[in-house]
Design a protein around this ligand. Sequence first.
Ligand code: C2E
Ligand code: MG
Ligand code: MG
Length: 675
Amino acid sequence: MLAVFDAKSLRCLYTNSQYAQLGQQTPAQIVGKTLAEILGPELSTLVLPYAHTSISSGEPVSYTRTVTDASGPRHLEVSFVPVNTSSRLYVLANDISKHRLAEQALEQSMSRLHKFMAASEEGIAFHIDGMITDVNQALLRMLGYASDEMVGHSTLEFVPESEHDRVKLVIAKRDEIAYESLALHKTRGAIPVEFIVRDIVWAGVKQRMVIVRDISERRATLERIRYLALNDSLSGLPNRAALDEHLRLLMKAKPAVNFAVLFLDVDQLKRINDSLGHAAGDALLIETAGRLARLCATENAIDQDAWLSRIGGDEFVLTLRNPNEATLDSFVSRIEAAFDAPYFLNGRKIKASASIGVALYPSDGEDSNQLLKNADAAMYAAKASGRRTVRYFDQALARAADAMLEIEQDLASAIQTSQFELFFQPIMSSDGRELISAEALLRWNHPNRGLIMPNEFIHIAEESNLFLPIGQWVLEHALREVKDWIALGWEHARVAVNLSNNEVRADDFVAEIIASLRRTEIAGEHLELELTERMLMSQDNAIRDALLRLQSEGIKLSIDDFGTGYSSLSRLSALPIDTLKIDQSFVAELPESHTALAIVTALLQLCRGLTIDVVAEGVERADQRDCLQLLGCDAMQGFLFSRPMNASDFKRWLSELLSEDDWIQPRISRKRRAN
Ligand code: C2E
Ligand code: MG
Ligand code: MG
């Protein structure tokens, strides 16, 4: 909108139609009129001063006003511009409604941003070059300040000094980034936060907006995850992964350190799990972890940097820095002493012990795998030589460990190449005149190693799942021998076959056994199966049903090595058992040990009540035989009567026995169990 006036008279010389329209007139109606006439009295008092100022100063003067017409209110910016040394006055009017709307929108968006800031759970701050211009409530709550304690202050006041350089750098580079850092709480010190920083135009000025996120919880979760990855959930001790890391650090240490790795295995865990249940086993482990941890926290142990972890079921590993013979010995005996106090599990008092294997770095292994493997081998040797012992790794052990591996490899082909052989040991009445049965005992004629006894390879076969075919072989060969014995005249011949854990756990072991009987055409009463307490302790009824099926075939069932587990006697009486074999460890202590005497007496009494037959194992001396006989146990097995013999020796021995005059054809079972 443009009009030109004479500066002296303020009469209109020219106007365009847009300007004329402001007053709802045509240009012809306006030209020649004075500005005061065009504006009318009211507007003139408002506007004329601007015109006069402009003319007298020779400078443009602007003002804004609002006009309202049919299309609503409009914002006008009007400028008086004097030209030709103030002889002419130009009037320029611009409709600035659009700009006004934009400003209003900005105001609204600012209030929206304010609302957003107020509603946000996350802390928000604005700053210009590090000077805080605005903060929201969430941030004030997060950091514990009042608004005036933050606004107008430097951002650096709210981060710990350690973070200053980074914060300054981010401000200087004007990066749009997110990074984890720390913020200072007014009273609680540094808290972990994430800063998300970006530029934003705020109140018409370019500012930095910082979103502050409290990540304490995220940190805590991450730490929990890390804890779980590196700690055993049962005992809270460092786990296998943590041990690997610990060993790696020890091996990297400068200057280099020597250290000992002690591999500790709790002797009784399996037995306790099987007999008292897993909760009792867990309690044993937790208690043991606690005892060992307390030991590692004693002054002496701290001096040697004792470090404890649990790496598997019943396995703990300790490390000791720069040990010498004396410190190591005393540490080991303190570990052993830690097991002295009894454990109370399920209301029972139980003694536990540990077998310990020790390997030294660097002499017994230069990497952690080798070192642990050797400590483990030493532990196995300790366990094999009787529980509650310690064994240091040495070269003989290294060879034994290799041998074990070889055994595992050789076992696979031992059946095909007929390296197995059965020996037989008679079970007799105490006077040696009655033959009750013969136990089949497995031997392995190894091509290089010579004769290997079952205790040396059966557990390896079980662990590597090679035992099922071996067990099958034993059963069939034992049954074939029985055939020969019957033919020799032992009418009620009976062979006792040991079953392994793996066999009993196999799906259809009962069907397999019955099939073997059918194949060899032997009646069930010629077979006796020796089970261990462990096999019978599972609480489900499957094992009971299996035993009943076997018994219905006429097969006798006995419990081997009785007294070495924690069988519950009530459970025992619920199972269809014919014979109980008292473990040789009790017999060995007869007749001197009062404890052994008491246990054997009680067992015999109990079995009489349950009409279960009793066999004493490992009878080596006449005084043991006599004592057992006096206590009322008449069935015996042991070197006193006969060592295990190979098949042909046994047949020769049997023929001799059968030819003796006072030989008694044995009874099948002296007492039949009432079902
Ligand atoms: P077991 O079933 O308790 O067998 C008795 C063990 O005691 C046999 O050892 C036998 O030679 C030994 N023995 C017999 N009388 C005496 C004695 O008077 N004094 C001493 N000190 N020992 C005596 P062996 O043959 O070395 O067998 C050891 C174990 O290996 C057996 O203990 C049995 O648990 C297991 N075993 C043997 N053969 C087989 C088999 O075919 N299958 C399974 N699953 N296990 C078997
Ligand atoms: Mg046996
Ligand atoms: Mg036995």
